[in-house]
Design a protein around this ligand. Structure first.
Ligand SMILES: [Fe+2]
Length: 330
């Protein structure tokens, strides 16, 4: 099961709970925003109390962090609000501490929250994928029409993370004061947002204030949009973001999905016909030979032999290993 539709929700309406999972230091409290109950993947608002200290270590999950309020000491650096971290699984972070307390958005993307004390990376960690940035100070705003067809002007973005295989993205976005967009959207991907500051309005779900959140699965109508005074938010999509726009507020997710498939059929008819025949449309999708072919340092089963010696490899974004332990009908 993927994460259910959560919308509208505001983290200010619920209380923090103590984090009790093994490995985490006391003084960490969380509000669960969304949770995949099968994998444990989740997004949380986390309060780190004054004096909190997390020893160096790594998580088994891919994760992303965003400082919402306060300052966080990461090793010998002091990071302020707006600082964003993308941390691959197995990547050992230095000690994390806060003297005055800190509010952080924590996203565990691939499995449940975990912390293994370690001062060295796991030998299979794709360390080159790690990056962090002060997103408020060190990235300029870019037009929202990076994605076309585009949101209305008055919505701009800062791209924070991008997966070149799935086209999944993490980004900051703002809506300007008096922003509006009059059409209705849906996408082929799940969409997530956390309002860092300010209020936006949506026809189906009303006003979403500071601390407002949604996890919206694919094909759910949203919009028209507006924001009276403006807002800034962290957004994510889990695969390619395409804006299917329309003006019919009554369509169902199934009708939206059918329309999206019809557009693939109209645009790429040969590909569409191939995909729906020959049993190629099994859950893991057809094989991508670039993902599965033998490589130097990787045996035919896709397992790394010399990774420890080379330190890392970065050809395999989020390593896709297909067709190892299941049959399918070629
Ligand atoms: Fe959307």
């Amino acid at each position: 099961m993927a994460r259910p539709h959560i919308e509208p929700f505001c983290d200010r309406d619920v209380h923090f709970k103590n984090m009790t999972l093994p490995g985490f230091s006391p003084g960490m409290r969380y509000k669960m925003l969304s949770l995949d109950t099968d994998s444990g993947a989740c997004s949380m608002t986390v309060q780190l109390d004054a004096g909190y200290r997390q020893p160096p270590g790594f998580s088994w999950a891919e994760r992303e962090l965003m400082i919402v309020e306060g300052e966080l000491r990461v090793g010998d650096r002091t990071c302020r609000k707006g600082h964003y971290f993308y941390i691959p699984p197995g990547y050992a972070m230095p000690e994390i501490a806060t003297s005055d307390g800190c509010l952080v958005l924590m996203m565990y993307n691939t499995s449940a929250p975990s912390h293994e004390e370690a001062t060295e990376h796991h030998p299979l960690a794709q360390t080159a994928l790690y990056h962090d940035v002060d997103s408020y100070m060190d990235i300029p705003w870019a037009p929202g029409n990076l994605v076309k067809p585009s949101v209305a002007s008055g919505c701009m973005i800062k791209l924070l993370n991008y997966n070149p295989i799935s086209y999944a993205m993490t980004f900051l976005y703002f809506m300007s004061p008096a922003f509006f967009q009059d059409n209705i959207s849906y996408h082929d991907c799940a969409e997530e947002s956390y309002h860092l500051w300010g209020t936006s309005w949506m026809m189906q779900f009303g006003n979403l204030p500071t601390g407002g959140y949604f996890w919206r699965p694919a094909y759910i109508n949203h919009g028209a949009f507006a924001s009276e005074l403006g807002c800034i938010a962290l957004g994510r999509v889990d695969s390619k973001l395409f804006n299917h726009f329309h003006y019919n507020p009554w369509t169902t997710p199934k009708e939206n999905r059918d329309r999206a498939a019809a557009r693939v059929y109209q645009r790429d008819p040969l590909l569409y016909r191939w995909m729906v025949s020959h049993s190629h449309n099994h859950p893991h999708g057809p094989e991508d030979f670039e993902q599965t072919m033998a490589r130097r340092g990787v045996d035919n089963k896709g397992e790394a032999r010399d990774v420890a010696k080379e330190g890392h490899r970065h050809e395999h974004w989020h390593g896709v290993h297909k067709h190892e332990d299941h049959d399918h009908g070629h």
